[in-house]
Design a protein around this ligand. Sequence first.
Ligand SMILES: [Zn+2]
Ligand SMILES: [Zn+2]
Length: 327
Amino acid sequence: MLRPAGLENGYFAMICLAYQIIRWTRPRAGIGLNRLNYDLHCHSSISDGVLSPALLVQRAAEKGVDVLALTDHDDVGGLGEAAQAAAAVGIGFVNGVEISVTWSGVTLHVVGLNIDAGNAMLQAGLADIQLGRRERAERIGLELGKHGIPGAFDGALRHAANPRMIGRTHFARFLIEQGVCKDVRSVFKKYLVRGRPGYVTHEWTALENAVAWIRAAGGQAVLAHPGRYDLKGKATRRLLGEFRELGGEGVEVVTGSHTPDQHALFAELANLYGLTASRGSDFHAPGEYGRELGGGPELPVKCTPIWHNWRLTSARRTRAASKTVPN
Ligand SMILES: [Zn+2]
Ligand SMILES: [Zn+2]
């Protein structure tokens, strides 16, 4: 049925106005009035977060997030539920994943945004990583057993809503439950990092594989929380250069684990290496590490946000892309 264009425009204007009013009255966690709050990195119970995908999305909406990417470790099983929940609460949603990589002997994380979760190459790669993850967890359990903490593998498994995704955070939650440590940070420090009793070496996939899978799935590869890696300045630069060469597009500048100095440093390095900037909380659980969905400052103004051309490059981008105000 044909409708007068003027009438449609009128409806559209009313909807836009209503949307703006809703946005202005919501909590905005350090985000300017005219900008959207993008949180492009968080975890649900499909990996090592504690909230189900639907509850995570609801919380994100309550905390003022406008566009959310769910980026579970090495698993895309939560994306369908999260996308549905996002549509129900009216926030934008981006399909994501966080892939575990070993590069020069160091474990790195590469976030994929706007991926096609059904892509066969991506799925095969993730299935491989999941097998390795399970085997690593068994070895962590054995190591902790040797050091007087029996039953850790089964204990950690109880904390993993998705047994495919058992990881160190589940061991941490088990050790806290047992009264061995008071919080996740101290478990990692005392037990789960290099040189500690529950640490085991593990070879994840290569950087080039992670980037290739993300690209094959139509996504954008983003280097997650670069400030967290045990790399000296020179190695960080080598990593950024190599990542760009392989087809990496972005780097997380604002993330839950970066200090204000690191926001500035990685904004600088992103520009230097021709990478766009991403922003994400890396939220896992309410209260954990003091991180919250949508939290943290805006990207430094000198950055080009990874979302700068989302409206142009894909119809899949997000519902909210159509609401995007220039940043
Ligand atoms: Zn990570
Ligand atoms: Zn993460």
